[in-house]
Design a protein around this ligand. Structure first.
Ligand SMILES: Cc1cc2nc3c(=O)[nH]c(=O)nc-3n(C[C@H](O)[C@H](O)[C@H](O)COP(=O)(O)O)c2cc1C
Length: 140
């Protein structure tokens, strides 16, 4: 099981309706390829964790890099580990969407760790703990 984490910046015209439409195709594709992961969308930035077999991940990442809907794609980390973190998710997505107060609280918590852990600003030794944290918050 391999994982790959990158960040990028959404183009101005790539907004939530377009992102949701991209995601619905991405989930089908990921399910076929045994790829799982989590995509976070925060202030027009994406941070995505992809998990799966190395070959499939490299193929997908190649497409993602060339996708004109975002830019400044930057690989943060590639790692091998035993078990997928988001094993039941063909692509969990979190956009800080509309929300009740529980959603609002999750948003604030994720915002806080985004800032605390500086994942969008610095090269990180390991971003995986950040995703473990995000997962705990999202599925609490
Ligand atoms: C931020 C972002 C995340 C994406 N995540 C995925 C993904 O998890 N799985 C996927 O199949 N495509 C994803 N895509 C779309 C791919 O870049 C590509 O359009 C898609 O795989 C279809 O490629 P194809 O038409 O050449 O088969 C993502 C695109 C962007 C901009």
């Amino acid at each position: 099981m391999h994982s790959l984490i990158y960040r990028s910046v959404a183009n101005d015209s790539f907004l939530l309706p377009e992102i949701y439409s991209m995601l619905s195709k991405a989930k089908d594709h990921n399910a076929e390829q045994g790829i799982t992961g989590c995509l976070l969308y925060h202030n027009a930035h994406f941070l995505q964790l992809l998990e799966g077999d190395e070959k499939e991940l490299e193929q997908l990442y190649g497409k993602i890099i060339n996708d004109k809907r975002h830019h400044t794609v930057e690989l943060i980390q590639k790692e091998e580990y035993d078990r997928a973190l988001f094993k039941d998710w063909s692509m969990a997505f979190y956009d800080y969407g509309l929300g009740d107060s529980a959603q609002q609280l999750k948003m604030e918590q994720i915002d806080a760790i985004f800032n605390e852990e500086q994942v969008l600003r610095e090269k990180h030794a390991s971003v995986l703990p950040f995703f473990v944290h995000v997962k705990d918050i999202l599925f609490a």
